[in-house]
Write a protein that binds this ligand. Structure first.
Ligand SMILES: [Fe+2]
Length: 290
């Protein structure tokens, strides 16, 4: 990976082609900081408009198509864009994040305090853009919508219908900490508001587990059993890795890829926002089988 950056001019040449970063991540947070140093110098950019690191070799490529990123997601279950969001927007999102957690009720939603976590679920349909402009704009981005349409292969879907806002303090047992796949299949767009190494509870994921878990979920759905009888904890062979990244990291996650929240160590906190998308077919199955 370091070979990519043999010289500053080489880095600059790549950056000038509007790189973005995707695929399987190194566990070394220092590596991400080095990447971030470079990428932070980019002018404001939109999700998926930059170059990419290939999933296996972490090689920089020229701008890629949405369909290529979708292929990575089908294969690995997640695609990550370290340090994607530029600081001015990131700071606005942070400001709105604090407002939401302090005054969730103002936005019509309950503030849920559980163990070390505080969570608010915003419903996009009830959100007033003038209240939370950065959040509204970010999660209504055209590029996310276009990506979702490609990923769901033209099936009708609910686009970022829910925005999940959560802060987790130090804990050995964070909510959703066990490795699992979601009973309610969802495509999620995550953003880390702060540097999020493994110690800060970066999401853990088992790369490539998506096919196995999807099979288990589809079998269950075919049986039309209620969600409560749905065992979504499965053992998989591959090791889990933390999806770590600097502040402003965005990643896309198909919840069929086995995952779990990471332990937050003392002195750290995890502040995240994420948009949830789901096909209408899945939503209607959930409503019938809840
Ligand atoms: Fe989950």
């Amino acid at each position: 990976m370091i070979g990519i950056f043999r010289s500053k001019s080489e880095v600059d040449r790549h950056l000038s082609k509007r790189l973005f970063v995707a695929g399987r991540l190194s566990e070394e947070i220092k590596t991400f900081h080095r990447i971030a140093d470079k990428i932070d110098r980019l002018p404001g950019s939109e999700l998926l408009e930059e170059g990419t690191f290939n999933a296996e070799s972490l090689e920089i490529r020229d701008p890629v198509r949405i369909s290529e990123v979708a292929k990575l997601l089908y294969q690995w279950g997640y695609v990550c864009f370290p340090s994607l969001v530029p600081y001015p927007l990131l700071n606005e999102l942070r400001r709105e994040f604090v407002a939401v957690l302090e005054n969730g009720f103002r936005y019509g939603q309950a503030v849920d305090e559980f163990d070390a976590s505080t969570t608010v679920r915003l419903l996009m349909a009830e959100l007033d853009r003038s209240d939370l402009k950065a959040t509204w704009d970010f999660f209504n981005s055209r590029i996310m919508n276009d990506f979702s349409r490609v990923y769901f292969r033209g099936e009708p879907f609910l686009f970022n219908y829910e925005i999940f806002v959560q802060e987790t303090g130090p804990t050995e047992s964070p909510p959703s900490g066990d490795l699992h796949f979601d009973k309610r299949h969802t495509l999620k767009f995550w953003i880390y508001l702060d540097d999020t190494p493994a110690e800060a509870g970066a999401m853990r994921i088992v790369p490539g587990s998506i096919r196995e878990a999807r099979g288990a979920r589809m079998n269950h759905m075919a049986r039309k059993a209620p969600l409560s009888r749905f065992d979504n904890i499965i053992s998989v062979q591959n090791p889990e890795i933390p999806v770590a990244g600097p502040a402003g990291t965005v990643f896309i996650h198909d919840t069929d890829a086995v995952h779990g929240a990471g332990t937050v160590e003392n002195g750290y906190r995890r502040r995240i926002m994420r948009g949830h998308c789901r096909t209408k077919r899945t939503q209607s199955w959930i409503e019938k089988n809840a």
